[in-house]
Write a protein that binds this ligand. Structure first.
Ligand code: NAD
Ligand code: UDP
Length: 319
């Protein structure tokens, strides 16, 4: 296939480019670098199976030649208002990437008769009242809360994707991605993995927002990409959760990072920095991914973090 990947210079988009090229496909990567990094794609320069187009997906998209599949990953993704990359600081761009960007990429898929895959998120469940979260849960989301620019854009994107599927018969997929980490996350992204790893490798205390009892379930990037590729090759049109169901408190997570990096500086609590609407618990129910795709994650948290640490060390110039 010839596949368009939007958000190609980002953390997940760049790994997808690599994986799909490895599978023998030809990839067109698109990005405007608002939160991405051209270095994530530098190794693909000159690759005959890769073409890069710098473009904002909120504007009409033109791609020369035939496209067989469109994977829409372009969107800021970090909730942290302390980061310049946090979607709270990019509210209009985030809503446009989710709304106009999804409209434009669906339109392109329709014009080319291409498959379409939307990168959605566990954030569409909001601060969930059902635990773990299965795809049938409608969510608990504040439409005007601090995180709403992201949550609501993604909820709109899912609705638009289903509308194109039902009304225009487009061959669509929706993946609901839960917290994923790995090499190529931006150092200043502000999400918990880059923050903690950076602090730990500098020998500083890890900053926990709140009391650290909130939970997340962390999936290593390679596992997630495997799930997405299986979904692309499947014929499942309804949303599928992809994430690691092993739930950990942020306290346990910080302790794990300090243990793996040998950081002696411990933890510091920042109760005032916890973002309004920060979900208290998050854990994917991955029954559908197992049933429909035969997918489960394989990489443990320790193993995934040990694979991620060298990337952050090299970015920080630590040997
Ligand atoms: P990222 O910030 O590393 O990558 C996003 C990429 O999209 C960046 O390269 C950015 O420059 C690009 N982009 C943003 N707006 C754009 C626009 N208007 N036009 C063109 N390019 C644009 O984040 P990520 O973690 O790789 O997330 C990728 C996708 O996966 C996002 O859609 C995000 O919502 C989704 N997601 C990620 C996670 C996770 O844990 N990493 C969880 C849930 C959902
Ligand atoms: N968090 C933290 N310290 C940090 C960054 C994040 O304690 O330096 C917490 C944050 O409050 C949240 C969890 O870690 O409860 C995961 O945050 P992240 O920004 O990675 O994304 P989220 O899962 O909230 O979308």
């Amino acid at each position: 296939m010839r596949i368009l990947i939007t958000g190609a210079a980002g953390f997940l988009g760049s790994h997808l480019c690599d994986r799909l090229i490895q599978e023998g496909h030809s990839v067109v990567g698109m990005d405007n670098f608002i939160t991405g990094d051209p270095n994530n794609l530098a190794h693909l320069a000159g690759n005959p199976n890769f073409l890069f187009i710098r473009h904002d997906v909120s504007n009409f998209i033109f791609v020369p030649g035939k496209i067989d599949a469109v994977l829409h990953f372009a969107s800021p993704a970090s909730p942290n208002p302390k980061s310049p990359y946090g979607y709270v600081n990019l509210p209009i761009q985030t809503m446009k990437a989710g709304a106009l960007g999804t409209h434009n990429t669906l339109g392109l898929a329709r014009a080319h008769g291409a498959k379409f895959l939307l990168a959605s998120t566990s954030e569409i469940y909001g601060d969930p009242l059902e635990h773990p979260q299965s795809e049938s849960y409608y969510g608990h989301v504040d439409p005007i809360g601090a995180r709403s620019v992201y949550d609501e854009a993604k909820r709109f994107a899912e609705a638009l994707t289903m509308a194109y599927h039902r009304f225009h018969d487009i061959d669509t997929r929706i993946v609901r991605i839960f917290n994923t980490y790995g090499p190529r996350m931006h150092l200043d992204d502000g999400r918990v993995v880059p923050n903690f790893l950076q602090q730990a490798l500098r020998g500083e205390p890890l900053t926990i927002y709140g009391d650290g009892t909130q939970t997340r379930s962390f999936c290593y990037a390679d596992d997630l990409i495997e799930g997405i590729v299986r979904l692309l090759y499947s014929s499942e049109h309804y949303p599928v959760n992809i994430g690691n169901p092993v739930e950990t408190t942020i306290n346990e997570f910080a302790t794990t990072i300090n243990r793996l990096t040998g950081n002696p500086s411990g933890i510091t609590y920042k109760p005032d920095e916890r973002l309004e609407g920060d979900p208290q618990r998050r854990q994917p129910d991955i029954t559908r991914a197992l049933d429909v795709l035969g997918w489960t994650p394989k990489v443990s948290l320790d193993e995934g973090l040990l694979r991620t640490i060298p990337f952050f060390k090299s970015k920080l110039g630590i040997s």
